[in-house]
Design a protein around this ligand. Structure first.
Ligand code: ZN
Length: 251
């Protein structure tokens, strides 16, 4: 659908509130796919009444995509200073783009800045960033927007600079989703180490009220993997794998 272009843009985090109304936007845009005959100008004089066949708009499920961290919190930093927050964001934005035909995607952040509750308030509102407040906001967003599921995107780090591989964590209700994403990653990156898919108590998982997963893409602390994570092709591959896992997931 050519019209769905607004979703491509990286909006300032302050415009996060738009995502609420973004649902409406998307609803309309989705409609343009379903009912092509409808004139887009919505002319009020009724000229097109006889030819227009209005089809019902079926609202899409919402999904929250959470690119982990964000300034002032860079997340893990690689040997050549690649920041996790940047990798997470790039993968998440590509994932959001892939998902938008199937889901109404709500991002916790759309640029380098860490997600904060202030983004839903006025632009002049100043709320100083704290990691805890950011996490609380992220974890609460799926309930707030009534999303069906929550996907947090992270890159891993370890003291052992040889550590490598991907893993997917989940909350109580997210096991089915985590397993599907883990399997899809395995198919997309067979030369990477499948570490584990298991329940974890990370804040954004524990505090989520919907099926929630946290994906650790690879170890940014490993020089070889950091170099891999710098490639644009890699970010696309990862986004596609997570997308496939989400689309194929079954309860
Ligand atoms: Zn992280």
């Amino acid at each position: 659908m050519a019209v769905v272009q607004r979703g491509n843009q990286v909006r300032p985090a302050e415009e996060d509130a738009v995502r609420r109304s973004g649902a409406e936007e998307k609803g309309q845009l989705a409609d343009s796919g379903a009912g092509k005959e409808v004139a887009s100008g919505s002319d009020s004089d009724g000229d097109v009444h006889e030819t227009v066949v209005e089809r019902p708009v079926i609202p899409k499920c919402k999904i929250v995509i959470d690119p982990g961290h964000g300034t002032p919190d860079p997340g893990a930093v690689g040997p050549t200073k690649l920041q996790e927050q940047e990798v997470n964001l790039k993968v998440a934005l590509r994932l959001a783009e892939l998902l938008k035909d199937s889901y109404d995607v709500v991002l916790t952040r759309r640029d380098y800045r860490g997600a904060m509750p202030s983004v839903r308030g006025s632009l002049t509102e100043k709320v100083s960033y704290t990691k805890k407040a950011s996490l609380r906001y992220r974890a609460g967003l799926s309930k707030q927007v009534e999303a069906a599921m929550f996907v947090s995107v992270h890159a891993n780090a370890a003291a052992n600079d040889q550590a490598h591989g991907y893993e997917v964590f989940h909350n109580d209700s997210g096991r089915w989703l985590a397993r599907s994403v883990f399997a899809a990653m395995g198919r997309a990156m067979p030369d990477h180490r499948p570490r584990r898919v298991e329940m974890a108590k990370y804040f954004v998982l524990r505090k989520n009220t919907v099926p929630a997963i946290l994906v650790e893409l690879e170890f940014i602390s490993n020089a070889e993997q950091e170099a891999w994570l710098k490639k644009s092709d890699t970010l696309t591959l990862l986004a596609r794998a997570i997308h496939e896992g989400i689309i194929e997931a079954k309860f």
